[in-house]
Design a protein around this ligand. Structure first.
Ligand SMILES: *Cc1c(COP(=O)(O)O)cnc(C)c1O
Length: 455
């Protein structure tokens, strides 16, 4: 057994294929439905929004999908990402558990999101797209797509949720530095934006509204396609590089995780780390407990319904079966902006429904407390989203201590928090509040699910 702290792979160990868990699922996914007809959609229905290569990946059941060389070439800027053993955190907790974390904050934008942004920009360029339109909440996805689009010579238009646009000027500056155009949403540039502004001129915006705007621009312009940073099957596929590398790094460490933990907004960094491990289990390999962690203020997996719903507020997207709080649900303005989404990846929802993973929810003050413990022991200031994985890992390590069990825990550190210092300032000043929704509040948005949900 090694006594290292950091496990690094050479550049030639960047995976050559992505892993697609659809090949190993015990039951296929529910079909995606057309919002008008309620019938399963085909590739042509998605063609205005996505290039064919990505539509093919969205429905593929091939276990391995080759990563194009130009994508691997860009990955070389930061991949393989390091895996660490959190020895100082273990010592501070005085736990017999071993804690490892896979760190995605070494990417140019500071999170896992470029893993898919680069792939999406590549396939769009190949198929002649001139411009990408997208939405961003906290700005992580917008800056990742801005970076990737620029590398492949694509224009990038980002609809940024208005409250973040005003509160996070540095994220906007990053996008503009990479050459993207950033628009506060709701905006006057789309019908969906104008409709919201007519009713609510002071709207702070939401991810669901910004998605409607970005989808509308792609649907109405032949040279423009839409890009989504989470939730979709092809996004989870691209993120599998995280787990594929981690399996090899755990081997270097002479260990294998008993418990794997990731934070979940739309589910992509969680699935990227977890699914290669879960796939091994599904094929008869090592058993593993897998835990997705979400904010108590946006409890999609722990308190949402598993039903067909829209991905956006304006109801322009197809209907997908997923864990959802209802497309009209507007989460509290918690600091983990990347976790404030009413829906969840259909595959993550499916594996939860099949009992293959567990879900937990934590309040933000507990998360920041854990994030600060992590920063003070391991040195990295985690993204507010990532602190949800940390608090769960710490709790599991403490449970090991109580039971005298030396389990191995692996969690995903999806990004650094260097652009989120206002959140830490607010926490340290005692300004953060925890908000738990009452059953009535949750029932309201769930009462507006599309009728197909009843089937
Ligand atoms: C966007 C983001 C998330 C949440 O998105 P997922 O698709 O659930 O991974 C988590 N962590 C960070 C750092 C993010 O930027």
């Amino acid at each position: 057994m090694s006594d290292s702290t950091k496990y690094l792979l050479p550049e030639n160990r960047i995976p050559k294929s992505w892993y697609n868990i659809a090949a190993d699922l015990p039951e296929p996914l529910a079909p995606v439905l057309h919002p008008g007809t309620g019938q399963p959609i085909g590739p042509d229905d998605l063609a205005p929004l996505f290039p064919m290569a990505l539509i093919g990946q969205e429905v593929s059941t091939e276990r391995e999908i080759e990563i194009p060389e130009p994508v691997r070439d860009v990955y070389k800027l930061w991949r393989p990402a390091p895996l660490y053993r959190a020895r100082r955190l273990e010592a501070a907790l005085d736990t017999p558990a071993k804690i490892y974390y896979k760190y995605e904050g070494v990417s140019p934008s500071g999170s896992h999101k470029p893993n898919t942004a680069v792939a999406q920009a590549f396939y769009n360029k190949e198929e002649g797209t001139k411009r990408l339109s997208t939405e961003t909440g906290a700005g992580q996805w917008g800056s990742s797509l801005a970076f990737a689009g620029n590398l492949f010579g694509l224009e990038v238009d980002v609809f940024m949720v208005k409250i973040s646009y005003n509160q996070k000027p540095y994220r906007r500056a990053v996008m503009e530095t990479y050459g993207a155009r950033c628009v506060a949403s709701p905006s006057n540039e789309t019908d969906s934006g104008r409709a919201i502004l007519a009713d609510h001129p002071d709207s702070n915006g939401s991810l669901g509204i910004a998605i409607s705007e970005a989808v509308e621009v792609a649907a109405k312009n032949d040279d423009t396609k839409y890009a989504l940073g989470s939730v979709l099957n092809h996004v989870l596929l691209h993120q599998s590089v995280i787990g594929i590398e981690a399996i090899e790094q755990m081997e270097m460490a002479g260990d294998y995780p008993d418990i794997l933990i990731g934070c979940a907004g739309g589910g992509s960094n969680f699935a990227g780390l977890a699914f290669p491990f879960l796939g091994r289990k599904l094929r008869g390999g090592e058993d593993i407990r897998v835990i997705a962690v979400e904010p108590a203020a946006c409890p999609t997996l722990t308190r949402g319904t598993y039903a067909y719903d829209f991905g956006d507020t304006g109801h322009l997207t197809p209907l997908v079966k997923m864990h959802t709080l209802g497309s009209t649900f507007v989460p509290e303005g918690i600091h983990a902006g990347g976790l404030r989404y009413h829906g969840m990846s259909p595959i993550v929802s499916h594996v939860l429904d099949h009992g293959l993973i567990e879900a937990q929810a934590y309040h933000q003050t507990a998360c920041f407390k854990a994030g600060i413990k992590f920063a003070q022991t391991e040195g990295i200031v985690p993204a507010p989203e990532s602190t949800h994985a940390i608090v769960s890992a710490i709790n599991e390590a403490q449970a090991c201590k109580e039971r005298g069990e030396a389990k191995t825990i692996l969690f995903g550190l999806s990004g650094h928090g260097n652009f989120d210092m206002q959140a830490y300032t607010d926490f340290l000043d005692g300004k953060l509040e925890d908000h738990a929704h009452s059953e009535d509040e949750l029932a309201r948005a769930l009462g507006e699910l599309p009728p197909v949900a009843a089937e």
